[in-house]
Design a protein. Structure first.
Lengths: 82, 82
DNA sequence: ATTAATTGTAATATATAATTTACATATTAT
DNA sequence: ATAATATGTAAATTATATATTACAATTAAT
């Protein structure tokens, strides 16, 4: 049994940061274009960029691939209590 | 506009690989212990380990943190058409 | 200044992630 | 061999990711 001392406090969606918008604009793509590339709606892209929710890993991996940014550079945890 | 030539084919859940089970057993943790550490049910861990579904990024980040394995080593895309 | 393109957002609907309860099977310990 | 612990799985429910439609607000182009 390992890491018993580690307790992840209640992490909320606000603790998950991403640089989708930065990566997208660096690629000169619109939300619409990015959305089509990974087969989601424009709204989904917009909501992710504005941290309105918590995408699934498959979506994140597609974003990472299309935007050519590593998964970890695209999404990370930023919690004060760690 | 970039990467217009890249078209992600219909990626399904089976294309998402993970080594949660390996990382967990390397830490000598049971599914129950891991589940408690990140505040989900044992079933959720089991289903992820057996690729039954597609976790959210927040869950993946918590797993990465607790299991001490980078996000990319824990979850990756393995598609033949890339 | 007007028009077109881009983005934000809201309401409703749908798909699916995650929970709960429960039981069967497998694995480990005694 | 028996008991205890760990894992697989299934049905029903709940929470939430994502879609759809629609419109307002910005921003960029003419």
């Amino acid at each position: 049994m390992a890491n018993e001392d580690i307790v992840l406090e209640a992490i909320t969606e606000e603790d998950i940061k991403n640089r989708v918008k930065i990566a997208r604009t660096q690629k000169d793509m619109t939300q619409q274009e990015l959305a089509e590339a990974i087969d989601v709606t424009r709204q989904t892209i917009g909501l992710i960029e504005n941290q309105k929710y918590n995408p699934t890993i498959i979506l994140c991996l597609k974003l990472s691939y299309v935007l050519d940014v590593s998964l970890e550079k695209l999404f990370w945890l930023e919690v004060n209590n760690i």
